[in-house]
Design a protein around this ligand. Structure first.
Ligand code: FEO
Length: 169
């Protein structure tokens, strides 16, 4: 049985995931302002993924007879000095989300809430992927520095990204 405390934290997580979508849309807007259409697409797709993360938790809370309660969203950072700073901020944000998922897992383990432990396992794996994606793009951007040709090649590559709902476990 899920405790009130765990339901509250799961609700908070729905909001954090929705905020992630909001933040990535702000990053998409920044990229669009720099005429980087592929990077814009990258963050729009990232925002879709975050909405998926939120809705998976939304459905889980309902399925477990909890009540979803949404909160307001903070204003995201809209301006960035460079595209590299965008990815550094995104990476820091993902590390924060990972710490939240671990925190939720710790509570679920304390409560021996096995269904929730199992559900959260999907998010733990997803976070490994998310952190790795951002960290590898940061390395690429650091390597190319001011080479605009390579930046536009990367932009072209990101234009191909599309949202595919991850397989359910
Ligand atoms: Fe839903 Fe990118 O963490």
């Amino acid at each position: 049985m899920i405790s009130q405390k765990l339901f509250e934290e799961l609700n908070k997580q729905i909001n954090y995931e929705l905020y992630s979508a909001h933040l990535y849309l702000a990053m998409a807007a920044y990229c669009a302002s720099q005429d980087l259409d592929g990077f814009t697409n990258f963050f729009k797709v990232q925002a879709e993924e975050e909405k998926f993360h939120a809705m998976k938790l939304f459905d889980y809370v309902n399925e477990m007879d909890g009540t979803v309660k949404l909160d307001g969203l903070d204003i995201p950072q809209n301006e960035y000095p460079t595209i590299l700073d965008v990815f550094k901020s995104a990476y820091e944000h993902e590390k924060f989300v990972t710490s939240r998922i671990y925190f939720l897992s710790d509570i679920a383990m304390e409560e021996r809430e096995h269904a929730t432990i199992s559900m959260l396992k999907w998010y733990i794996d997803e976070q490994v992927e998310e952190e790795s994606t951002f960290s590898s793009i940061i390395k690429k951007l650091e390597r190319i520095k001011d080479d605009s040709n390579v930046l536009y090649m990367l932009d072209k590559e990101f234009a191909q990204r599309s949202f595919t709902p991850p397989n359910e476990v």
